[in-house]
Design a protein around this ligand. Structure first.
Ligand code: ZN
Length: 132
């Protein structure tokens, strides 16, 4: 009842649409009705759901984040990637999505994004579906 994906990211900050990969994994778990939990085991990456019709929405979010979490700002963390840690905490590292008829019950305009804030890297996504 668990699947794991490996996603290679490009660029320092990126939103990668992983909807089809997650949907495929959920189908493979063969649960007709339940709850899908998606989790990233990372501290500088996150998950979110947002519009997948117009890709400029992704760009707008990444650009707006530059104002919310500046690249330099007197951070103490010696590794030098504090902005990525802050952004990851703002978005969170898990999502919960209903599963109906063996598929994710997403809204018409919703897509699932892996949010990379300290790339490029290879990221894991853990997918579990609870029957019910
Ligand atoms: Zn760090």
């Amino acid at each position: 009842m668990i699947e794991e994906l490996a996603i290679s990211t490009k660029g320092k900050n990126a939103f990668i649409d992983v909807t089809s990969e997650v949907e495929k994994a959920v189908t493979g778990l063969r649960v007709k009705s339940g709850v899908c939990i998606i989790f990233v085991p990372h501290t500088t990456a996150a998950l979110t759901i947002n519009e997948n019709a117009d890709s400029s929405v992704r760009s707008d979010i990444i650009n707006a984040l530059k104002n919310v979490v500046p690249d330099s700002g007197g951070y103490l963390h010696a590794e030098g990637n504090s902005p990525a840690h802050v952004k990851a905490s703002l978005f969170g590292n898990s999502l919960t999505i209903p599963v109906e008829n063996g598929s994710l019950r997403l809204g018409t305009w919703q897509g699932i994004y892996l949010c990379e804030f300290d790339g490029p890297r290879t990221r894991k996504i853990i997918i579990k579906v609870l029957n019910g």
